[in-house]
Design a binder for this molecule. Structure first.
Ligand code: NI
Length: 171
């Protein structure tokens, strides 16, 4: 299992670099990310969340096969938007409604470097947008109003006191 970095860790706020080598190390990283996501009961996990500042995220929804997106780019979004209560493995215990486009078209590469295009709606469209944001150092709470975001951070700090104390000791 990989360690999941949480709110306050700088790695979540950086920009990710493009992946150019499609080798066995990349395959191992993707497998480890999928295992870590499944173990944490998440539906998506992006590179920065496991300390890897590279353009990769994984998605696993319900009984579908886990998916890997490398160097993704959202090339189209619907005008129609919808609300959905989002959470994030890097902000444990906090959930908030976020409004985003209902449908997206994403272009990405698979583990062999082969390009693919996917049209997504529903939860898949939601997760793709959330994970894609991570690759630019954006968290879902950044989409909230200033007041909502401040409240979400306070709630996170309240719910994760012991974890945050442990981090202070480490530093
Ligand atoms: Ni997240």
């Amino acid at each position: 299992m990989l360690d999941i970095y949480t709110l306050g860790d700088d790695v979540l706020r950086g920009k990710c670099s493009e992946i150019k080598k499609f080798d066995s190390a990349l395959r191992m990283l993707a497998d480890a990310m999928i295992d870590t996501m499944d173990e944490a009961d998440g539906v998506g996990l992006a590179g920065p969340q496991v300390g890897v500042q590279e353009k990769i995220f994984v998605v696993h929804i319900g009984d579908e096969k886990p998916m890997v997106f490398i160097n993704p780019e959202i090339i189209e979004t619907s005008i129609e938007v919808s609300p959905y209560e989002e959470g994030c493995l890097s902000i444990p215990g906090v959930y908030h409604e976020v409004i985003r486009p209902s449908r997206v078209t994403v272009q990405a590469q698979d583990l062999d470097g082969k390009a693919f295009t996917l049209k997504a709606d529903g939860l898949l469209a939601r997760v793709i947008q959330h994970e894609n944001d991570h690759l630019s150092g954006i968290l879902y709470i950044d989409h909230l109003s200033d007041d909502e975001k401040a409240a979400a951070i306070r709630s996170y700090e309240r719910k994760n006191k012991s974890r945050l104390k442990a981090r202070k000791r480490r530093v």
